[in-house]
Design a binder for this molecule. Structure first.
Ligand SMILES: *Cc1c(COP(=O)(O)O)cnc(C)c1O
Length: 413
């Protein structure tokens, strides 16, 4: 599948791509929908929805336990996706690829299971730009264990302060967790460099890749990250499926996160042994339908090519940025070089809520509010922003209509 020659024609013909997404033909408030909330969730192409149908119609059976044919086939589908994920992130082994419900659950797994290794007085390093799902799990374990949490500051243009980061390491630093790409600012953080710094201090690193996976090539061995988390639903796949990559030596040394079926070796009331990786961390029946369809989504991304997708999105980002800046009182949050296709903005003192509501009346779907990143909002002294985020099926025409809509709303105040 992965070897299939990339169909460049597909990418150049945006109409053909859009035809794969029936939802994009919807109208909202009597206007054609312009969907620019892709950083919250991307839409799903027909090939992925069909993969879900196929699973229900032909392959539905529980995985890993059965000797019967359907169970074997369902298992094969799940394991085929595991191999696709392994290649997508270039993990060394499928043993290091754990299926979860999403980035949030992946991070909770590490915070909980790795967190068992942490003690009172230990310190962990996060950053000010983290999504709440890379803050709150650490606070939960941090509170129980009396661990100190420190956060790397962010510059005015949305970059992490690497000097401050280096200075944060002490003899008590035990863990670093940070976003690959900011969901608010679009900043692509220098994670490889930051991982190398942490490793010089003997500290493992988790990367929150929820916003990177749909846009940026990921190579966990090259990054040398210890953990990497991502979500299918932001990658044109179904909701309810995510991945945790972890280096084998960490995963082997960690206690299971949840107990149940699938994750055991032998159970007696005296003593239970656990299954080998990756099943040790996959208690209960997984979302085998969603996981199988996630495989179709990865295949779809690979067919179009992440480099082509990124180039297309970058063109949309440039056009949108240039045009938005011609609007009086426009303030864009996050202008780091090489940022990904997300624009957070405010116009004068118009609240993000008012802007979002009125844009919706013009058919434009954007995110408003704090974007699950309240510490970052505090950093910029705002309660929320409007966020437009682009995907491979958005067009320059949509960008123009979006900017015209923002201009129109701005003129109403
Ligand atoms: C969306 C997002 C998450 C949470 O992902 P879920 O799919 O909701 O678990 C975490 N971090 C970042 C940067 C995100 O954008």
């Amino acid at each position: 599948m992965l070897e299939r020659i990339r169909d460049k024609k597909l990418l150049m013909n945006i109409d053909e791509i859009r035809a794969e997404y029936p939802i994009l033909t919807r109208e909202v408030a009597g206007k054609p929908l312009i969907y620019l909330d892709n950083a919250a969730t991307s839409q799903t192409p027909r090939c992925v929805v069909e993969a879900i149908d196929q699973m229900y119609y032909h392959y539905k059976a529980n995985v890993h336990r059965g000797v019967h044919t359907l169970s074997q086939e369902a298992t094969d589908h799940v394991e085929a996706t595991r191999e696709l994920v392994r290649r997508f992130i270039n993990a060394g082994s499928t043993d290091e690829v754990i299926f979860t419900r999403g980035t949030t659950e992946s991070i909770n797994l590490v915070a909980s299971s790795f967190g068992e290794k942490l003690y009172s007085g230990d310190e962990i390093i996060l950053t000010v730009m983290e999504h709440h799902s890379n803050i709150v799990p650490w606070q939960l374990i941090g509170h129980r264990k009396r661990i100190r949490i420190r956060a790397v500051p962010v510059s005015d243009d949305g970059q992490l302060d690497l000097e401050a980061y280096e200075d944060m390491f002490t003899d008590n630093t035990r863990f670093v967790a940070l976003a690959h790409v900011s969901n608010v600012l679009g900043t692509v953080n220098p994670v490889k460099q930051m991982i190398a710094i942490a490793h010089r201090h003997g500290v493992p690193v988790l990367i929150d890749g929820a916003q990177a996976a749909p846009h940026v090539p990921i190579d966990v061995q090259d990054l040398d990250c210890d953990f990497y988390a991502l979500s299918s639903h932001k990658m044109y796949g179904p909701a309810g499926v995510g991945v945790l990559y972890g280096k084998r030596r960490w995963l082997e040394s960690m206690e299971p996160y949840q107990g149940g079926g699938e994750m055991i070796g032998r159970v007696t009331f005296e003593r239970t042994t656990f299954a080998d990786l990756p099943f040790k961390f996959e208690a209960g029946t997984p979302d085998f339908v969603g996981i199988s369809a996630f495989g179709a989504a990865i295949d779809y991304i690979q067919r179009l090519g992440l480099d082509h997708i990124a180039a297309h999105e970058h063109a949309l980002l440039e056009r949108a940025t240039d045009e938005l800046l011609t609007i009086d009182g426009m303030r864009i949050f996050g202008t780091a070089p090489g940022k990904s296709a997300v624009i957070s903005f405010l116009v004068r003192d118009i609240s993000s809520y008012d802007m979002g509501l009125l844009l919706d009346k013009l058919g434009v779907a954007v995110r408003t509010g704090h974007h699950c990143a309240q510490p970052l909002m505090d950093r910029y002294g705002v309660t929320g922003t409007v966020r437009a985020s682009f995907a491979l099926y958005n067009t320059l025409d949509e960008v123009d209509r979006f900017v015209a809509a923002v201009r129109r709303v701005a003129s109403m105040f």
